[in-house]
Design a protein around this ligand. Structure first.
Ligand code: DI6
Ligand code: FE
Length: 400
């Protein structure tokens, strides 16, 4: 077989059925994995280039499947207020929170938005991230939501990363609609979503279902609008209270339900039946100093796939390290290192509806992988503040 490149002398953590392949070889052709397996069993492959992995571990490229990477300003002052005793909900009700970032995002020019998001993205890419989901939701009017999604898509043109965009216009009630949440939901369903979908800027639709944001009824209206446009949905669910968000997401066949600290067993069962991924966000749990843990044991028992992401956002998770989230998923949520690693590869791909093409090292999938200077894969979850990423391959091309 002819190949564009051959990567050899590494140990592959495939995250697929092959599990761990020691002394592996990976052949790449046309941006995809043409063959992967033990080097000793490799068929006759003539590759244009050969790369020695020098005994490193190789994983699928990491996938950060829940971020709000594009935003203006930051909220360090609210972090200080919380340390002095104010709660996230109190700050939001007093006009801070998401709405304060909306003001900063609208005020930022396109260039400034792109530049600050690019700096954050570069930190993720340095850690072997090859796919990132980016949400809107700090614009809250058509023009500003469009600017956010365009900024996100532009990152994918400029950097070696696949960007998936999610419209989160139902993140908070726009300041112009204060006290008129239903009228704002009308705007989202009747104008913002259809226009942005028609422009091809939307891969999925998300909403924030919470006491301080949208009710289950309002969320259902947003989901109905998404379904009418043929777009898949996901949901910020049960983060601060049990509002039945997980079950609601499952009812709409959501790709993922995210946060889930307060989700009940009934919600978990509904997710299992619908195949909805549980997206765990330990950065937000940590920064808000939450104590209620997501029901990890129930996800295991009912076979709900768990993903892990940064939730990179200025309010509750100013996280630009997916490796740190792996550590927190293990330490705070008690995931095993292998569960956490599945959470940023195979299950993260599922949470984006990309599992047919991404998330494992298997023939036919995208040739996205990272090589790591570690003696064992658990080290990827173990070090705090270290970055053992040595090489990154994106769509078959060596990019780091
Ligand atoms: N993700 C979100 O979208 C909200 N919380 C979370 O974890 C709010 C983000 C923000 O405060 O800006
Ligand atoms: Fe979020």
């Amino acid at each position: 077989m002819d190949a564009d490149s051959l990567w050899f002398n590494g140990h592959a953590l495939t995250m697929g059925e092959a599990g761990v392949v020691r002394d592996a070889a990976i052949a790449v052709r046309g941006g995809r994995i043409a063959w992967v397996g033990p080097r000793a069993a490799m068929p006759d492959i003539r590759a244009a280039e050969e790369h020695d992995l020098e005994g490193r571990w190789v994983t699928p490229g990491l996938i950060d499947a829940h971020t709000h990477l594009v935003f203006g300003g930051n909220r360090a002052h609210e972090f200080e207020m919380r340390l002095e005793g104010a709660s996230y909900e109190e700050i939001a009700r007093a006009g801070g929170g998401i709405v304060s970032t909306v003001k900063a995002t609208r005020a930022a020019g396109a260039e400034e938005l792109a530049a600050s998001a690019a700096r954050r993205l570069e930190r993720l890419l340095a850690e072997g991230v090859t796919v990132v989901e980016v949400k809107s939701g700090y614009g809250l009017d058509l023009e500003s939501e469009r600017a956010m999604l365009r900024a996100a898509r532009a990152l994918g043109e400029r950097y070696p990363v696949t960007v998936r965009t999610t419209c989160l216009a139902a993140h908070a009630v726009a300041p112009e609609y204060a006290g008129r949440a239903d009228a704002y939901v009308d705007l989202v369903c009747g104008e913002i979503l259809p226009a942005l979908a028609a422009e091809g800027l939307v891969d999925a639709v998300d909403a924030f279902c919470e006491r301080i944001a949208f009710s289950p009824e309002q969320t259902a209206r947003v989901f109905d609008a998404a379904k009418a446009l043929g777009l898949p949905v996901k949901l910020h669910a049960d983060q601060l209270s049990d509002g039945g968000g997980a079950a609601l997401a499952a009812r709409y066949g959501a790709l993922s339900a995210d946060h889930l600290e307060h989700t009940s067993e009934e919600g978990v069962r509904a997710m299992a039946a619908a195949g909805t991924v549980a997206m765990l966000l330990p950065g937000a749990f940590y920064l808000l100093r939450e104590t209620k843990l997501p029901p990890v044991e129930l996800f295991r028992r009912h076979g709900v796939p768990m993903a892990v992401a940064t939730d990179c956002n200025p309010g509750t998770s100013p996280a630009v390290s997916l490796l740190l989230m792996l550590n927190m998923a293990c330490t705070l949520f008690r995931l095993t290192p292998m569960e956490a690693l599945a959470g940023v590869t195979r299950n993260a791909a599922r949470a984006l509806g990309m599992h047919a093409t991404h998330g494992t090292l298997e023939a036919g999938k995208a040739a996205d992988f990272a090589a790591w200077d570690v003696g064992h894969p658990a080290e990827l979850c173990y070090w705090l503040g270290a970055n053992p990423c040595a090489r990154v391959v994106k769509d078959g091309r060596a990019v780091a």
